[in-house]
Design a protein. Structure first.
Length: 217
């Protein structure tokens, strides 16, 4: 009997997770069309449900935002790790990593703007939603993940952990700020921006030695 009840709970959990995935896909379609102005009403309509049902799954727009942020951050981190681990020279991997980030925000600018910028034209019922409150943890997560990669791959001496975290968050901040500006103004080709940012990084990073026995950076 207990096994049957557990099986029923597992089935319900799987069904809920599948439904949540479908709702996130509906939300993404609306965001791709409307960007930061995407409303809970529009997302509910896209999914063919009422707004209360959408709230039941995500709580509020902040909950929906966090779910979309996790979905996109996971995909971005996977792509960044692949670029960092590619069998290339260090400069080439740095450029590939920068290009991966910029290509991701260029490919889905509306999703990027939804995740990073508040919408002034949001419905009044949703204006209490503070994008900055939620985007900061997303950037911190990217910074910590990059710090781990740097610490694993480079021998930075006795203060390596501290320096890796400083570099990780600093590089993410640079990519975010430069990418945000570039996406708005497009002052140059993406390849040119990648070269310029890599040049900026190509100081002590280029001189640091690889960790003995560890993965190469």
């Amino acid at each position: 009997m207990e096994t049957t009840r557990q099986s029923d709970r597992d089935d319900r959990a799987a069904s809920t997770e599948q439904r949540r995935k479908q709702l996130l896909e509906a939300a993404e379609r609306v965001v791709l069309r409307e960007g930061p102005g995407a409303s809970m009403n529009a997302i509910a309509a896209e999914a063919g449900i009422t707004k209360p049902i959408l709230y039941r799954h995500f709580g509020d727009k902040g909950g929906l935002y966090r779910a979309l942020a996790i979905r996109h951050t996971d995909a971005l981190l996977s792509s960044l790790r692949a670029a960092l681990d590619a069998p290339r020279e260090r400069r080439e991997r740095v450029e590939a990593t920068l290009d991966t980030y910029l290509a991701a925000i260029e490919a889905h600018p509306q999703v990027y703007r939804f995740l990073m910028h508040p919408a002034e034209d949001s419905p009044s019922s949703e204006r209490g939603f503070d994008v900055g409150q939620h985007s900061a943890p997303l950037l911190r997560r990217l910074g910590e993940e990059l710090a781990k990669v740097i610490a694993e791959r480079l021998d930075l001496g006795p203060d390596s952990e501290e320096l890796a975290r400083v570099w990780g968050h600093g590089i993410v901040g640079m990519m975010h700020a430069a990418g945000d500006w570039w996406l708005r103004e497009k002052p140059c080709e993406r390849a040119a921006l990648v070269r310029h940012l890599a040049d900026l990084l190509w100081g002590r990073l280029a001189a640091a030695g690889d960790r003995v026995g560890g993965p190469r950076f």
